[in-house]
Design a binder for this molecule. Sequence first.
Ligand code: ASP
Length: 365
Amino acid sequence: MRKALLVKLAVAGMLVLTVATCLAQTSGHAPLLTQAPAGKWAIVLHGGAGVIQRSSMTPERDKAYRAGMDEAVRAAAAVLDANGSAVDAVEAALKKLEDNPLFNAGKGAVFTADGKNELDAAIMDGKTMMAGAVAGVTRTKNPISLAKAVMLQSPHVMLIGAGADQFAASVGLTQVDPSYFFTEERWQGLVRQLKKDGKPIPPRPAGAPPEPTKPIAQLETPDAHKWGTTGIVVRDRQGNIAAGTTTGGVQGKRWGRVGDSPIIGAGTYASNESCGVSATGSGEYFIRLTVARTICSLVQYKGMHLQDAADDVIQRQLTALHGDGGIIAMTPDGQIAWSFNSPGMFRARLVEGGEIQMGIYKDEP
Ligand code: ASP
């Protein structure tokens, strides 16, 4: 009798599994891995949120963005596989995205209304609660490494402008001519925006390559990629969380504007007591809602599940204020989440021993 029941249960279990697999296959997606097992490292990354739709992406661009995220995730994974720290993994991944002209960070950053690239970045170590941030840097090749140096090699948390670049040089970080950050696509994006807004167009930056002879239309990036900041949250094998964010900010910014990315608690936060978060979107709203810290506070003080906390802040609070964008997040016990209210967000996650799961558009898991 008991044996018969067990057989029935086993058959029912197999049926459920088969149906679930079929459903996953017919929707074309494997279900997302939302919980990393203890003792294994885990990575969740974003490459910016915005009006990113299939209709505005060529298959080549889609592929290139996915390859960029893949490269960054693998850089973090290599550090973690070698028993490296979450902080070092954050830096390794974000350096790749800063060096990749497709993303709005480092080379490929958006331009200010004055035709400059002003870069912001932050990193936080959830184990020590130490943090480093920089804003408005123009000469340091990898702002995320500078943020890390501020955290580990200075008594401060945040440095800005020329002073931050000076500190970078003093600790031996590669300095470049500001024209290093120039890309034609971002420049044309600025020109297009300023024309549309009836604002003056600054001269082409000194040191930029000569104006292309191809018709400009061919080089235009659709306004789609309005945001494009990059960020990552990592848990290492020891269970420590670290988070980092790096960006050129928003296109056409003026007056030394700084967004949420380098503001600890707004665009970036990590604590082994609660969670790690990196954000992307309309920074002013993320600052006002202290998005990253609020999500972690909901987890820490209300005992909320990470995904519910993230959805509460992004889908409810941010949306109510008419802010756009999203976040990626992870807890020390291995919960992984993302949430965004924009049509798309470049995003990827990987747990040690598993496959990279990646998405761009809203209809992906
Ligand atoms: N959050 C960034 C900022 O406001 C922009 C972005 O995410 O692309 O500076």
